[in-house]
Ligand binder design. Structure first.
Ligand SMILES: *[C@@H]1O[C@H](CO)[C@@H](O)[C@H](O)[C@H]1NC(C)=O
Ligand SMILES: *[C@@H]1O[C@H](CO)[C@@H](O)[C@H](O)[C@H]1NC(C)=O
Ligand SMILES: *[C@@H]1O[C@H](CO)[C@@H](O)[C@H](O)[C@H]1NC(C)=O
Ligand SMILES: *[C@@H]1O[C@H](CO)[C@@H](O)[C@H](O)[C@H]1NC(C)=O
Length: 384
């Protein structure tokens, strides 16, 4: 008897095979954290955070009540993003003076503006939410997620195949989804401001996605590395900050001449929120003149802004700026902290400061290091 095997006849079998494999992978992390879950479940359900954070939108509060644990991790990500922003802008006139009193940086003035700096803080905070949530998933801090179940979704050809996926990958997909739900939901309006904020949020998420790291562990006799198991990690906040600071320098000003009206030709058009067919008005059409030779791919990753920044020289609380009086400048620097730029031409005074530093350290067998405190005298330039 001849057997005819129709291709579609095997489809259900393949389907069940796939589902079986998927659920196996998906469930292993859950089992792993089951003991943690039972002891921590009250912590996971603590909704205090939803009532104590100012300036959350209705959608955010609702999301918080559904997922207080994930929201808490998102807020911790936001706190880290403010610290990193202050590091990245320490030498600038605007030194990321976002109030850290509130755990919700989106209430500060910079987030209501369309400056180049605003673009940076939107992208960084969106990235930081992805980063912290994705990592918290794999650490078992969130009840509704575990390690990344899609361990194998690596780019073919770009990495060596001499290892097995193992360990616990950070849950990128979950982090991205939550960042969208939590932050994009703030942008309800379909005006240019909202569209640009959504775009910059997405830029932040892409930075994480495109900079995932592979960490590996060797197994085998005395580190022979016969078997290597690897997992994927989100980049750390410093790396994200550095990449976005670069994008900040190259950010694109969106103005009426490059806002799409469908008439221009021979130009690149980018749209954000590609998949949101439901809300076509939320798409941003942007025309960029071909002379800056940007590819669509690069535009998608560029920060956008629509308001020119003030000088940030004077104190202006309507621009989240403290002014630069009293800031320490650097007389030899060619960066933004050079005295002529940082002091806005007002000049500077030299001041003697004394700081203490550990010195004359001795190694004491075994294993202590003993140091003395030394005073170091320095002259620093302080802006008038
Ligand atoms: C608008 O943007 C274009 C190119 O980005 C620039 O050449 C032009 O000066 C801008 N116009 C205004 C009013 O800022
Ligand atoms: C930013 O500069 C102001 C002075 O203009 C200073 O008081 C403040 O401590 C600085 N903030 C940070 C984070 O460096
Ligand atoms: C001042 O700038 C110079 C050149 O960039 C640098 O080498 C030096 O460490 C800076 N000094 C301070 C106090 O930051
Ligand atoms: C000082 O910093 C500004 C802003 O970064 C820069 O444009 C300028 O060239 C710098 N000046 C010097 C003398 O390095």
């Amino acid at each position: 008897m001849r057997m005819i095997l129709y291709p579609w006849a095997i489809l259900p079998a393949v389907y069940f095979l796939l589902i079986g494999v998927r659920s196996k992978i998906a469930h292993s992390p859950d089992n792993y954290y089951i003991s943690k879950q039972s002891t921590l479940s009250s912590a996971f359900r603590d909704t205090t955070v939803c009532r104590t954070i100012p300036g959350l939108t209705k959608a955010q509060v609702e999301l918080c009540y559904r997922q207080p644990d994930t929201t808490e991790m998102a807020l911790q990500g936001l706190e880290q993003s403010v610290k990193e922003c202050q590091q990245q802008f320490a030498t600038h006139r605007w030194n990321c003076s976002i109030s850290t009193k509130s755990r919700n940086p989106h209430t500060s003035v910079m987030f209501q503006k369309g400056y180049r700096e605003s673009a940076f803080v939107y992208a960084l905070s969106s990235a930081a939410v992805v980063m912290n949530v994705a990592r918290a998933c794999s650490q078992g801090f969130i009840i509704s997620c575990g390690c990344d179940p899609n361990k194998q979704n690596m780019k073919k050809g770009s990495e060596d195949f001499t290892f097995k996926w193992g360990g616990c990958s950070h849950n990128l997909q979950y982090g991205i989804r939550f960042s969208k739900q939590f932050l994009d939901s703030r942008e309800k309006a379909s005006d240019i401001q909202s569209k640009i904020n959504l775009h910059n949020n997405q830029v932040g998420r892409l930075v994480i996605k495109n900079n995932m790291q592979i960490k590996c562990k060797c197994h085998g006799v005395s580190g022979s590395c016969e078997l290597k198991t690897c997992w994927r990690q989100v980049p750390d906040i410093k790396q994200i900050g550095k990449i976005l600071k670069d994008r900040y320098e190259k950010a694109i000003l969106v103005n009426h001449s490059n806002l799409g009206n469908g008439k221009q030709k021979n130009q690149n058009r980018i749209t954000t929120t590609k998949k949101k067919r439901k809300k076509p008005q939320a798409r941003l059409k942007l025309w960029v003149t071909p002379d800056n030779k940007m590819k669509k791919k690069d535009l998608v990753q560029s920060l956008l802004f629509y308001q020119r920044s003030p000088t940030f020289c004077e104190k202006d609380l309507n621009a989240d700026a403290l002014g630069t009086i009293g800031r320490q400048c650097n007389r030899t620097s060619t960066g933004p902290d050079n005295c002529s730029s940082l002091c806005c031409g007002r000049g500077y005074n030299l001041q003697r400061i004394v700081r203490t530093e550990k010195c004359k350290c001795r190694f004491i067998w075994c294993c202590q290091v003993e140091c003395q405190d030394c005073s170091i005298e320095e002259w620093v330039a302080i802006c008038n």
